[in-house]
Design a protein around this ligand. Sequence first.
Ligand code: MSP
Length: 520
Amino acid sequence: MPACITTPIYYVNDRPHIGHAYTTTVCDVWARAMRLRGEDVFFLTGTDEHGVKVEKSAAAKGVTPQALADENAAEFRRVLQVFGLSNDDFIRTTEPRHERQVQRFVKRLLDSGAVYLGTFEGWYDEGQEEYYTETKAKELDYKSPISGKPLARATEQNYYFRLSAFQERLERFFAEHPGFVQPDARRNEVLGRLRDGLQDVPMTRTNFTWGIPFPGDEKHVIYVWIDALFNYVTALGMGDPDGSIAPGLHAQRAKYWPAQYHVIGKEILWFHAVIWPALLMALELPLPRCIHAHSFWIADGQKMSKSMGNFVDLPTIEGYFAKYGLDAWRWYMATQGPLQASDSDFRAQHFHDTYTSELVNVVGNCPSRVTAMIGKYFDGAMPEDAARGGEWPARCAQAVTAWTRAIDELDLVAAANAPMALLRDVDAFINRTEPFKVAKDPARAGELASILAQCAEAVRIAGVLLEPFLPGKMAELDAALGTPGGAVRTFSARTVWGALPPGTRLAKCALFPRVEAAKA
Ligand code: MSP
């Protein structure tokens, strides 16, 4: 079945940093894992380019908002390439294909009665461009939960989305789809806020012009959040079934909707878990299957901030690439990151220790031992295993099953653990069976062949499962294990026991060099 995964679209008034790198890497690992399984995946990311923040940043720099957006969108694109991310499209909200579909969607909402012109008064968070109810504002002590700046009392005549009309349908939807928002802690927050009751939300602005004009009343521009949420469907041509805006888009991509995962940060959950589903309901479009809201990276125990100098920005990340390699960075993001309900602390020492204990000592060392012994005792040729794998085929099949289930649930830690546990078992098996001693007794040559063939085969299968996390290094491993290149290899063919024929030439491999400890 076709599957789609999305990142948030990133604001162009910021430079790429760990927050962007993290969400995009999580999605990339999932997309690669699904493709490895032979699934038809669409991985979407892009940039959010409208709104007062971009307008103001551009004015401060003395450039047009479009020029600022072009420059920073290009930077985000460049960074995706540097990171080797495998997105299938990069959508920009200033592209005509997006703007015109958004106008069509908004027109449909207006025609259906889900949008009306009215006056609104509320507590406004300027930095977040978000309104809060009296109850919520009071709870926040009338301060922005993000910037800490005071909320402003604001009145506006605007077009509103009739969110309140969707209260019951949303409650029913949440009850019927308990996995819709993940993790559970986040779902409970949404349910709590939903119980307070929904208010209609303004969906246009008149106090600035950098946005998509509201169809039929162009002194209004469409609120940046409404504009931005639609990216998930405009990229798939869902607002353009006849292909008159972007020929071919809908025909090729409509199959990817509804998305399997919208992966986002926890601070933008309300928009994704409540407003977005209500908009889709109003448009009679299917709802995404899961909104996964991760937590935050903090640094050295504190919230990251530019002024504190603990911000993991692009130059910092590139420093890690230079020292440990790209795959090591991916590994740390995917296995130590805040995918669940708690924040993760980014520490140079912890990065280093994770690299050494997992990548050097296990993922690097285990294949290196196995290929070195096959080199030494069998002249680099895959030995013949008369015992046909012993316990190993079942053990490997179990790892494949655990990995598959974990990928289905976007549980990257469990997905990484399945092959890691397999490699650790191989190490334990080597320590227990002691092939280096067996090798000294010519009468035990058959036993030696079995041990090493079993190790090589288990290492190969673990390597396949590690590929989405460590694509560069696992390609090296694949090559070292002499796996036939070029041929079309399905996931089941690659993970089945015995795919490495006896006699295959295996090369020694050193995947992760030891790196000197980080300076405190
Ligand atoms: N443009 C909106 C999203 C619109 S989606 C229809 C936006 N953009 S953003 O650039 O500010 O945020 C991008 C993402 O980065 C968010 O998901 C946010 O959670 C994430 N992160 C920003 N800082 C972060 C950390 N320190 N740690 C992890 N992720 C964080 O919001």
